[in-house]
Structures are given as structure tokens and as C-alpha cells.
Write a protein that binds this ligand. Structure first.
Ligand code: SF4
Length: 80
């Protein structure tokens, strides 16, 4: 658990940290990752994936895992 004081607000985080990597050379621009986790993935003008958040917050971990599963070229790697 990580706890940090921010003024009068205490922020607590529990659980796991995930780290994402994308291989743009494998990406075929299918866009599945963007559909299921738009706060984490975007696409450039040429369709290639653009990673917006390498260590996304816990509330989107389920969506990120789904993106990894749906990616047709296995261009997304998740480590914990
Ligand atoms: S789902 Fe995979 S192939 Fe499709 S845009 Fe995302 S990283 Fe690229």
C-alpha cells in the first residue's frame, strides 16, 4: 500500500502496479486497445498505437488486461 499526504487529503493506493510496453512494429492498428482502455491507449495518425500511460491506475487494470488479450498481434506487454 502506498500512502501520501497531499495537503489535508490522504491518498491511499492498494494492490498491484502494472507496467505496460507496446511494440509499434507489431501493431497493425486494429484499435482494440483504444476501444477498451481509451485513457491508456491512443492511435497516431498512421493508426499505430500510442501509449498514454505506462503505469495506469488500478481502476483501469481490468480494461488494460482485456486490451492485452484482445490485441491481435500481441503488441502489448504487461508486467507486474
Ligand atoms: S490492439 Fe494491438 S494491434 Fe490494435 S492498435 Fe492496439 S496495440 Fe495495435
Amino acid at each position: 500500500m502506498v500512502s501520501a499526504e497531499r495537503g489535508r487529503e490522504t491518498v491511499r493506493r492498494t494492490g498491484t502496479t502494472v507496467r505496460l510496453r507496446v511494440n509499434e512494429n507489431l501493431c497493425c492498428g486494429a484499435g482494440q486497445c483504444v476501444l477498451v482502455a481509451p485513457s491508456v491507449f491512443d492511435q497516431r495518425g498512421d493508426g499505430a498505437v500510442r501509449l498514454l500511460d505506462e503505469t495506469p491506475p488500478e481502476e483501469v487494470h481490468a480494461a488494460v488486461r482485456k486490451a492485452v488479450d484482445l490485441c491481435p498481434t500481441r503488441a502489448i506487454t504487461l508486467s507486474e
